[in-house]
Design a protein around this ligand. Structure first.
Ligand SMILES: Cc1cc2nc3c(=O)[nH]c(=O)nc-3n(C[C@H](O)[C@H](O)[C@H](O)COP(=O)(O)OP(=O)(O)OC[C@H]3O[C@@H](n4cnc5c(N)ncnc54)[C@H](O)[C@@H]3O)c2cc1C
Ligand SMILES: NC(=O)c1ccc[n+]([C@@H]2O[C@H](COP(=O)([O-])OP(=O)(O)OC[C@H]3O[C@@H](n4cnc5c(N)ncnc54)[C@H](O)[C@@H]3O)[C@@H](O)[C@H]2O)c1
Length: 482
């Protein structure tokens, strides 16, 4: 077995690991990066990028289907070529992966090691059975993987996860999506719009991670009209006797039914990759999911020289968070024993469904748990059903709710389902990070006619609820000339 002595060792060569590697190398050249599977990152290979490519194809189909409302009638029947759809998804995905691999190849070859890492003790990590690395400081950046209900394993190759979807040569005829969270909704709706027969099975009427009951009700109505949703059903899953499909028997609200599909897509949450790391060989504090607890500002665990970043940390499993956490963890591993706090930005999350779902700052659930006792928050809202620009474009569905603190008028957070939510969320997240008040936000320019005027309507409503301003000017809040 080869032996290496490292100042800093990074476990996992995804987004967080690469970010940590670069940051640690600012303090020392003696940094090693261990990657188990293959370089290229979850985001580029099987996550953010291929899912958005599939959604882009679905959007194209949707625009053709909904052109009638403008008096535009594409001639002939809509034809979706599944092979061509998947060929573009894979080709563009490979392009994105290629850019990541170019970055990895710029790292010194001798400092990149392929193999599965496992802790032997708090300073020693063994990679497969070929290398033993003794490291002064270690960053865990091993990502996450789909959680699978154990009973579904009997479905064999009929059970799929996101990774499988993006390797398809063509589109299947039918899919049952289990989990109506972010992945289930994004991939489920995209497949549905691409002509795949999709049924979505969820739990507790949850949808897209929404916690605000008003926004949720709106979203349930919108997506329920478009898709076959069973969000609180008891289900029984079995492999067809032919082995060529899956049968789902379900009952909900006193009714029962069954669907037969080609594949069951498990989108029931993700599990941090820390269970096979040999953590039992360390004296490290773990949370209820068995993940090392870490300070969110330093990413330091209870073992002072071990840091954690990205999905493995079980904090905020999002791409930009993985990059930020990797930077903080890598920098601190490099400068240890000097450990400093890094920048944590205002929270933002976007689900790329149509309409999109987004949240910034505190979610409604967090606002109520932190502020309910004092009753010191207010909510302002707007429906997009009559919002000027949204109606112009025929995308006038959805609802935005913004939360702010009584007295200070400070923006606390927002949740929404609606048109251009990815852009509205950025606007609000920037204001949140600047700790702006509702009055300061209302002082900002709003062009006409834009979807952002919906934000202004909600802010005016919020201002009224905060009793900081005159009543809104009737229904004319978005009239030209305002
Ligand atoms: C379908 C899907 C869509 C998504 N879309 C978005 C989106 O639109 N926007 C967004 O912000 N986020 C999105 N995400 C989430 C985002 O992809 C993740 O938050 C991010 O990729 C996590 O990066 P990471 O570095 O923590 O993990 P990864 O990139 O997964 O890196 C972890 C690496 O560690 C390696 N590893 C694991 N165990 C070991 C071990 N024992 N030894 C050595 N190496 C090991 C793995 O092989 C892997 O390469 C999506 C995720 C999925 C699945
Ligand atoms: N646009 C984005 O930013 C984006 C896209 C995809 C993924 N992601 C990241 O990946 C993470 C994981 O996504 P996810 O969708 O797997 O998890 P999730 O936590 O968003 O959703 C899982 C859903 O599965 C449901 N569920 C759990 N067990 C079930 C069962 N037995 N049957 C039916 N439903 C069940 C839950 O109620 C929940 O709604 C997200 O939290 C997000 O951070 C982000």
């Amino acid at each position: 077995m080869k032996s290496i002595n490292a100042d800093v060792l990074i476990l996992g060569g995804g987004t967080a690991g690469m970010s940590a590697f670069r940051a640690a190398r600012k303090s020392t050249d003696n940094v090693y990066l261990v990657e188990d599977h293959k370089f290229g990152t979850t985001c580029a290979r099987v996550g953010c990028m291929p899912s958005k490519l599939l959604i882009a194809a679905a959007d194209a189909a949707h625009h053709v289907r909904t052109a009638d409302q403008f008096g535009v009638h594409p001639d002939g029947a809509l034809r979706i070529d599944g092979r061509q759809v998947m060929q573009r998804v894979r080709a563009e995905r490979d392009r994105f992966v290629g850019f990541v691999l170019e970055d990895v190849e710029a790292f010194p070859a001798t400092q990149r090691i392929l193999g599965r890492a496992r802790f032997k003790n708090e300073h020693v990590v063994v990679v497969d059975d070929h290398t033993e690395i003794t490291a002064q400081r270690i960053v865990i950046a091993t990502g996450s993987r789909p959680f699978i209900v154990p009973a579904w394993q009997s479905l064999g190759e009929r059970l799929i996860v996101n990774d499988n979807v993006f390797d398809w040569e063509t589109l299947p005829a039918s899919v049952a999506v289990f989990g109506a969270g972010v992945i289930g909704l994004e991939i489920g709706q995209a497949l549905h719009r691409l002509g795949v027969k999709v049924s979505v099975f969820g739990k507790d009427n949850a949808l897209g991670g929404i916690t605000d009951p008003v926004v949720l009700e709106n979203a349930l109505d919108i997506f329920g009209k478009e898709m076959d949703l069973h969000l609180d059903a008891d289900t029984q899953v079995s492999l067809l006797p032919s082995g060529k499909g899956v049968k789902i028997d379900y009952s909900e609200n006193g009714t029962s039914g069954s669907v037969t599909v080609d594949f069951l897509l498990a989108a029931t949450g993700r599990k941090p990759n820390v269970d096979n790391l040999g953590l039992e060989n360390l004296n490290i504090d773990l949370d209820a999911r068995g993940v090392p607890k870490a300070d969110p500002y330093t990413m330091q665990t209870s073992v002072a020289h071990i840091f954690i970043a990205g999905d493995a940390s079980n904090q905020l499993p999002l791409l930009h968070e993985a990059a930020d956490q990797g930077l903080i963890a890598g920098k601190n591993a490099g400068t240890f024993p000097t450990v400093t706090e890094g920048l944590r930005r205002s929270q933002i999350s976007v689900v790329f469904s149509d309409p999109q779902i987004a949240s910034i700052g505190l979610r409604f659930k967090e606002v109520t748990s932190q502020f309910d006792n004092c009753g010191c928050y207010a909510v302002g809202e707007v429906s997009f059903s009559n919002q000027g620009r949204s109606r112009v474009m025929g995308v006038n569905q959805g609802h935005l709710r913004i939360y702010a603190e009584h007295g200070s008028g400070r923006l606390l957070g927002a949740e929404m389902v609606g048109p251009a939510a990815e852009h509205l969320a950025h606007l609000l997240a920037w204001a949140h990070q600047q700790k702006m008040t509702v009055a300061q936000m209302l002082d900002m320019p709003f062009y006409h006619p834009v979807i952002e005027e919906g934000v202004r309507t909600a802010l005016r409503d919020l201002s009224k609820q905060l009793r900081l301003a005159e009543d809104m000017a009737g229904e004319c809040a978005e009239c030209p000339g305002q």
